[in-house]
Design a protein around this ligand. Structure first.
Ligand code: PEP
Length: 249
């Protein structure tokens, strides 16, 4: 049984005062007996604030990126050790915005996954195709190649430690969502690819859907057999919407 994970990706949004208000509202509004694993991925400068505000709550916090290097002369980078120091449990790796705006290759993403795991952080590994690639019938080839480079650097045991996120690039921040069946088809494909490496990982690894998930469409998406949660951008910035998605699980 895979535990549903609802993860917010705040992207480059927030301030000390806005974060405190958002987190306080999320904590106060969590449903009684909530069994959904809840996570917020904040910008690096706010991770210590997350630790302070969320430390005694069931809500976990994580980062949006991690360096592929251990330490040293890498100005501006944040290491996995530093994220662990901020008591992060998760880190998003290979988000399409990093792939597009920071030219992150599949190989670099794989190195980041290795670094995250070395500090016992769970990497949320993002894969997804552009609209052009989908229309060209290349979706499975693209997401399959993105995942395979990561699988190639991990042992079967390590694969069981990751979370995957299928995020069609054309659905991120656009208001366009993949239909539940479109998303399910890709999730099933990814799970099949995991099974070649490890039957155990195929059963246990959670595959999140991300791309304009909101209260209105979350229930249908999360009802699909291979959709184990959501990675949520815009709707994670409003407590009411984030909580409504958690309630839809
Ligand atoms: C994201 O950034 O990971 C994302 C899914 O964004 P949005 O929900 O805004 O499409």
């Amino acid at each position: 049984m895979r535990r549903t994970l609802i993860a917010g990706n705040w992207k480059m949004n927030g301030s000390f005062s806005a974060n405190r208000a958002l987190l306080t509202d999320i904590i106060a509004g969590l449903p009684d007996g909530n069994s959904i694993e809840t996570l917020v991925c904040a910008p690096a400068p706010y991770l210590a604030q997350c630790a302070e505000v969320l430390g005694k709550t069931p809500v976990k916090w994580g980062a949006q990126d991690v360096s592929a290097h251990i330490k040293g002369a890498f100005t501006g980078e944040v290491s996995a050790t530093m994220l662990a120091d901020c008591q992060c449990k998760y880190v998003i790796v290979g988000h399409s915005e990093r792939r597009a705006y920071h030219a992150e290759s599949n190989e670099l993403v794989a190195q980041k996954v290795v670094q995250a795991l070395s500090e016992k952080l769970t990497p949320v590994v993002c894969v997804g195709e552009t609209l052009e690639q989908r229309e060209g019938g290349a979706t499975n080839a693209i997401v399959g190649a993105q995942l395979q480079v990561v699988l190639d650097v991990l042992s079967a045991e390590q694969v069981s430690e990751i979370v995957l996120a299928y995020e069609p690039v054309w659905a991120i921040g656009t208001g366009k969502t993949a239909t539940p069946q479109m998303a399910q088809d890709v999730h099933a494909f990814l799970r099949g690819q995991l099974s070649v490496k490890s039957a155990e990982a195929a059963n246990t690894v959670r595959i999140l859907y991300g791309g304009s998930m909101k209260p209105e469409n979350a229930k249908e998406l999360l009802a699909m057999a291979d959709i184990d949660g959501g990675l949520i951008g815009g709707a994670a910035l409003k407590a009411a919407d984030f909580l409504a998605i958690i309630s839809a699980c």
